[in-house]
Design a protein around this ligand. Structure first.
Ligand code: AMP
Ligand code: ZN
Length: 483
């Protein structure tokens, strides 16, 4: 590794900052996790691929990483600004299932995507409903000075903390104008930290509290779990860029209240030294909306025949702060790029990595890699540095393998566990199995060896009729492709 200091873009200051751990030798990171009322779409997964790369980079700085990702199984309303219905209650009612079953099903589906994308497990998946007592205690601690009660719940008065909304840069009329007013709310931006169950109603999830039966507000959970599991201030808080507008400003206001601290010109008063946000994955035709019938889940990509790590590649080809547009063409190009890397890595499969050895031929690629990753996680450039290293010829295979293993462990593809066969496009809807294809290709090879070109062509046509393109002499060695 070079000594380039790790610079990260802090959304709170809107500046690149050198990362300095709060606790020497450690890195404590909190990532806002999924609301488990539905399957995550691939845009959601971009947020966790980003947090994963951040975590890997911090580990590679030699820091002891404690990463927390929460699971929101209560409190998130259909509108981030505390309006509408509870997403979990709504889905449970629609599906006529218990909330607990809904949460379990979608948490497991999310974990499957996490695994498929090589996202490392955090130190803890903290589940919101496991922290209700702590949330009530936290709310009790700030209620007197910072909250007021009205008919629908306990509200946080956003005028009681300094610099409210600085993260969003939007304490503007426009920002507040988006938020519907609730009867009894003092300021448009005020938000519920405890929502009372309306009289005569029964929620599936409700708890007793000093403010009556009800459920916590969504923002409260992240403040509480962050404080309990990492302590204020911790190092880095991450989430998607939408959270910069409402969820995180509200979390920050609660944290300031809890710590009894001042304004946000001191980043640590927000509860974390650095706030990082990934930009969105966008898709023009609206398939990313969970309400569209066939929305863009990772499983849809897999069903269409793509290896899930092609999506990881697609994410890493862009800087996390850039908007990324999804298309099947870009996904296929990302797959091909990954396949090229795997083919080059395959040549090193028998080599034993020699991590201590150095080779001048890799100095350039290593420096480029480390500088790119230290420059606010520029994975787009780091990928080209790994390609440079893979293309380096006439070097000791053990040294080359060590260099690639190092870069790969930061980018997280697991190149040496992948094979070119595993990356083949194989749609679920195919009318022919791989064994049948391989069998037909073996018969075709035998026919060609006997110069029986009529038989060979017939086999090729038969395969084509089932959607199999035979790719003789393909430089990428695909051999065949299902279309
Ligand atoms: P949610 O389950 O809605 O709370 O979202 C989970 C995570 O995905 C949050 O960090 C969101 O900010 C993030 N997110 C939501 N939509 C997108 C998107 N289209 N692209 C990238 N991240 C997103
Ligand atoms: Zn959160």
């Amino acid at each position: 590794m070079t000594d380039a200091p790790l610079k990260l873009f802090n959304s709170l200051t809107r500046e690149l900052e050198t990362f300095t751990p709060v606790h020497p030798g450690e890195a404590r990171v909190y990532t806002c996790g999924p609301t488990v009322y539905n399957y995550p779409h691939i845009g959601n997964m971009r947020a966790y691929v980003f947090a994963d790369v951040l975590g890997r980079m911090l580990s590679h700085q030699g820091l002891k990483l404690t990463h927390i990702i929460n699971i929101t199984d209560v409190g998130h309303l259909t509108d981030d600004a505390d309006e509408g219905e509870d997403k979990m209650e709504k889905m449970a009612a629609e599906k006529a299932q218990s909330i607990w079953d809904i949460a379990k099903h979608y948490t497991e589906a999310y974990w499957a995507d996490v695994k498929a994308l090589n996202i490392r497990e955090p130190a803890k998946w903290s589940v919101a409903t496991d922290y209700i007592d702590e949330m009530i205690e936290f709310a009790k601690g700030i209620a007197d000075k910072h909250c007021y009660e009205c008919e629908t719940g306990l509200y946080f008065d956003t005028t009681t903390v300094e610099d409210y909304g600085r993260l969003a840069r939007a304490v503007t009329e426009e920002g507040e104008g988006r938020i519907d007013t609730v009867e009894g709310k003092r300021n448009a931006a005020d938000f519920a930290i405890w929502r009372k169950t309306p009289p005569g109603e029964k929620r599936q999830m409700e708890w007793d509290s000093p403010w009556g039966k009800g459920a916590p507000g969504w923002h409260l959970e992240c403040s509480v779990m962050g404080e309990k599991l990492l302590g204020f201030p911790f190092d880095i808080h991450t989430g998607g860029i939408d959270h910069r507008e409402i969820h995180h400003p509200n979390e920050i206001a609660q944290n300031q209240a809890f710590c009894g601290c001042g304004g946000l010109s001191e980043a640590r008063n927000s509860g974390a030294n650095i706030w990082m946000h990934n930009n969105f994955l966008v898709e023009r035709s609206g398939k990313m909306s969970k309400s569209s019938g066939e929305f863009l889940r990772l499983q849809l990509l897999i069903d269409k025949g793509f290896h899930p790590l092609a999506y990881r590649m697609m994410c890493l080809q862009a800087h996390y702060r850039s908007e990324l547009e999804f298309s099947w063409e870009v996904l296929e190009a990302a797959l091909t790029r990954l396949k090229r890397m795997v083919m080059q890595a395959e040549r090193l499969k028998d080599a034993e990595a020699q991590p201590q050895a150095e080779h001048p031929k890799f100095a350039g690629a290593l420096a480029k890699f480390d500088e790119a990753m230290s420059d606010d996680l520029n994975t787009a450039i780091a990928l080209t540095a790994m390609e440079d290293a893979l293309a380096t010829k006439k070097v000791d295979a053990g040294i080359k393998r060590a260099v690639i293993e190092y870069m790969d462990s930061v980018l997280g593809f697991g190149l040496f566990d992948l094979t070119r066969e595993a990356l083949r496009i194989r749609p679920k809807s195919a009318s022919i199995t791989e064994d049948e294809i391989e069998d037909a290709l073996a018969r075709r090879k035998a026919a060609r060896a006997e110069k029986d070109f009529a038989a060979s062509d017939a086999i090729r046509d038969e395969l084509a009729s089932k959607g199999v393109d035979v790719m003789d002499g393909d430089p990428l060695g695909w051999d065949w492709k299902l279309s």
